[in-house]
Design a protein around this ligand. Sequence first.
Ligand SMILES: [Zn+2]
Length: 209
Amino acid sequence: MIHEILPVGPLQCNCSIVGDETTREAMVIDPGDEINEIQALLRKHNLRVKQIVITHAHIDHVGGAMKLRAATGAPILLNQNDYALLKMLDVQAAWLGMKSPGRVEIDQNIGQADVVKAGSLQGQVIHTPGHTEGSICIYFPLEKKLIAGDTLFAGSIGRTDLPGGSLEKIMESLHNQVLALPEETVVIPGHGPTTTIGEERETNPYLQK
Ligand SMILES: [Zn+2]
């Protein structure tokens, strides 16, 4: 598995490029910004993008998706529970004092138990509402990796005070879905350093019973 993690944009959203070493097919998860840098990494590894996967419809995760789609022809995938939030990108941009990326079109809805693919790589979609209604995590069981979006961070959890957020739902998602994964699973959060499920189960102050 080729895996590049590139923090993009003013909020340094972790964009993941995941590629199959044999077929050179790839998926890009959360291309929030800096599409030129993302494309440079794709060229460096000789990868072709087959899918653009969005963990949730916050501007720092989805802002560059249309530009990447235009450059690659790959479809954009998002859970339908975040379509309303996606229509508020102008409002989100105003909150952050950022330029609006314009309208983002979704090509395909993805939800619980769907599989995203790049060559032989398979990522299982886990619906983890709480940070937003349509938040998802992508779990690669063979590689033991979890792309967690803004649901789980090293030592913290996603904020739930924005529209569509729910503390009750994020706790349910974390305890019933995310922490149920094997402890050796490497977690790539939407922002900040990587961690593991075991580490967070033991030390994350928000997850202690
Ligand atoms: Zn977010």
